[in-house]
Design a protein around this ligand. Structure first.
Ligand SMILES: [Fe+2]
Length: 248
């Protein structure tokens, strides 16, 4: 935060979105195995029912990769980095339990996209890239702000003939970027709040499929014994303490 000074107007970046990125260094053999697995799980499919949409395992019956043996090293990495993310956000150790709800592969062929959406079922989302060279050619993860709070006049950031100068570097983008693109790179793991609207831009690489694995995670209270304090007000109690309700 820039220091307040009598002569210089200082802007303070309030309420930033926590996008986490970490470059993992997997064994190339493990990566090759996962790529093969993902393609085998996709089978003969080439996309989702919507025209031009990439194939996403979550709506095609492939949503529990975290339970498959070849994905265990990746699951452990996601768990480790998710805890680190929560710690950096200020969660007290032992205050929450973390659950992987589902995990699924996404395969983009040339020209395919994933439309703008978010994951209302979850609290924290993660994406791991099996390939990509960092150029964004195979399609970027595009994150959208919930509100354009600094736009002053709604629509200026994306409207035709807009008066806002939106350059390519982070400093120029900081206050009014209409979105933020993350270019896939093999081994990159990204985490962000599941409520964040996001999309995947078109795969412009005619020669390479874009391969990623997505995870949805949910927070709950830790399991509470009779002597423990009650779960925090806005945390669901631990799922092991829920009771099913039989359908009539
Ligand atoms: Fe998504």
């Amino acid at each position: 935060m820039p220091p307040a000074s009598a002569s210089t107007l200082a802007l303070t970046p309030l309420f930033p979105l926590a996008l986490a990125q970490v470059q993992l260094r997997p064994d190339p053999w493990d990566t090759a195995v996962l790529m093969q697995e993902v393609l085998a799980l996709r089978g003969a499919a080439t996309g989702n029912p919507e025209p031009g949409c990439a194939w996403t395992g979550d709506i095609n019956g492939v949503w529990q990769l975290h339970r498959l043996e070849p994905f265990q090293w990746l699951r452990r990495q996601v768990e480790r980095q998710a805890w680190a993310y929560l710690e950096q956000l200020g969660f007290c150790q032992g205050s929450v339990a973390l659950h992987i709800q589902r995990s699924w592969p996404v395969v983009s062929e040339a020209g395919q996209v994933v439309g703008r959406h978010h994951h209302p079922n979850a609290h924290l989302s993660a994406v791991y890239y099996l390939n990509g060279d960092g150029s964004g050619r195979s399609g970027c993860l595009r994150l959208f702000p919930r509100h354009q709070v600094n736009e002053l006049v709604p629509g200026l950031a994306v409207g035709h003939g807009g008066p806002l100068e939106l350059g390519q570097n982070e400093e120029e983008q900081r206050w009014n970027a209409p979105w933020w693109d993350v270019a896939p790179r093999a081994g990159l793991l990204v985490l962000f709040p599941a409520s964040t609207d996001h999309a995947v831009t078109a795969n412009d690489d005619d020669d390479e499929l874009r391969l990623s694995v997505a995870f949805d995670l949910a927070l709950s209270a830790p399991p509470a014994g009779p002597q423990d304090p009650a779960p925090a007000e806005y945390l669901a109690p631990h799922p092991s303490q829920w009771s099913g309700v039989e359908a009539p």
